[in-house]
Design a binder for this molecule. Structure first.
Ligand SMILES: [Zn+2]
Ligand SMILES: [Zn+2]
Length: 330
């Protein structure tokens, strides 16, 4: 029991000390610097004090943030127990590697003729792009499949955004994203090792895929803040800006089901869910503009999804047409 307790605190502290985590202190610090520079040099003093106060103090003391903290503590405990039972990327990689040997028994000489730097570049790029697409697609499903949306509401019920909000998610969503990660990484590793043997490696910084490191150090944490950082129009067509993810959290009906992307905006372009940021957007966050503090209760964060799914099943059995794509938040 003692070792489980120690492991729990170790994993909690690693949220901030491990560079593979979004909340690594280095990424938080760079986000803070970027937001300070943005407020001083781009917004040029317009409500700078107010924004800095919300970034550093007031939002962290809100009911919404208090719910974020509770979800993080509870989910960490839950996943400490569940994780050993989950499918791993090693299991997926072994399974796919064996299947490749079965169905493509004659290997080409790709491993011999491809230079190592090219293999490593291809692997680094493929892993990043495939991972980002899978993240986009599962996020899209979380919004557009009604029973998945009930779980994803836990994330969207945050009405004050801080970098910790990224971890405010229902455990079922956590399970799905962990399965996604194992599938993506496992299949990439298996395919590359099958074709390129021991030349497969990753370009990394602090043991993190270099592309992911760049994304994180350039302020990935600003997505979950109220600092409305926009990119140039052309860049927002390629990469999701912090403002675009804030639009994703907006209570305005015109913003529902927009900007599912994590890093690459092209997926949203392809699937018609892309939305550019506007100069004057003054966004409100949450499930809807009238939500109250009950949204942050443990019942609503954890249990309501199951109750709502039960209700949906009952109404579906009465009238199948009732189960339709989300058009308004509830
Ligand atoms: Zn979402
Ligand atoms: Zn979010």
């Amino acid at each position: 029991m003692d070792s489980l307790f120690n492991e729990y605190w170790l994993q909690l502290s690693q949220l901030f000390s491990n560079s593979q985590q979004r909340l690594y202190w280095g990424y938080l610090l760079s986000a803070l610097l970027i937001s300070a520079l943005w407020l001083v040099f781009i917004e040029k003093g317009k409500s700078t004090k107010l924004n800095l106060k919300s970034l550093l103090i007031s939002h962290w003391l809100s009911k919404s943030s208090s719910a974020d903290y509770q979800v993080i503590l509870i989910n960490k405990a839950l996943f400490l127990i569940i994780t050993p039972l989950l499918i791993t990327k090693l299991y997926i990689a072994t399974l796919i590697y064996e299947q490749l040997h079965l169905y493509i028994p004659i290997r080409s000489d790709l491993a011999d003729i491809t230079p190592e730097w090219l293999v490593v570049t291809l692997f680094t790029l493929t892993l990043f792009i495939f991972d980002d697409f899978a993240r986009f697609f599962l996020h899209k499903l979380m919004h557009e499949i009604p029973w998945l949306w009930h779980f994803h509401k836990t994330h969207h019920s945050a009405d004050k955004l801080t970098p910790l909000t990224v971890l405010r998610s229902h455990p079922v969503e956590g399970l799905l994203f962990s399965l996604r990660s194992a599938l993506v990484q496992g299949s990439c590793i298996a395919i590359f090792i099958y074709f390129f043997d021991d030349k497969v490696d990753l370009y990394t910084v602090l043991s993190v895929n270099v592309l992911l490191f760049i994304f994180n150090i350039l302020g990935s944490n600003l997505r979950h803040t109220h600092i409305y950082i926009r990119y140039w129009h052309w860049l927002e067509a390629l990469l999701i800006s912090p403002a675009q993810h804030q639009i994703h959290h907006s209570t305005l009906p015109a913003h529902f089901n927009k900007n599912y992307g994590a890093t690459i905006a092209v997926w949203d372009k392809l699937f018609h869910s892309h939305c550019y940021s506007q100069l004057s957007d003054n966004l409100q966050f949450g499930l809807n503009s009238k939500q109250d503090s009950q949204e942050h209760s443990l019942y609503n964060l954890y249990i309501r999804a199951f109750v709502d799914i039960g209700k949906s099943i009952r109404s579906f059995l009465k009238s199948p047409k009732a189960l339709k794509k989300r058009s308004l938040p509830d």
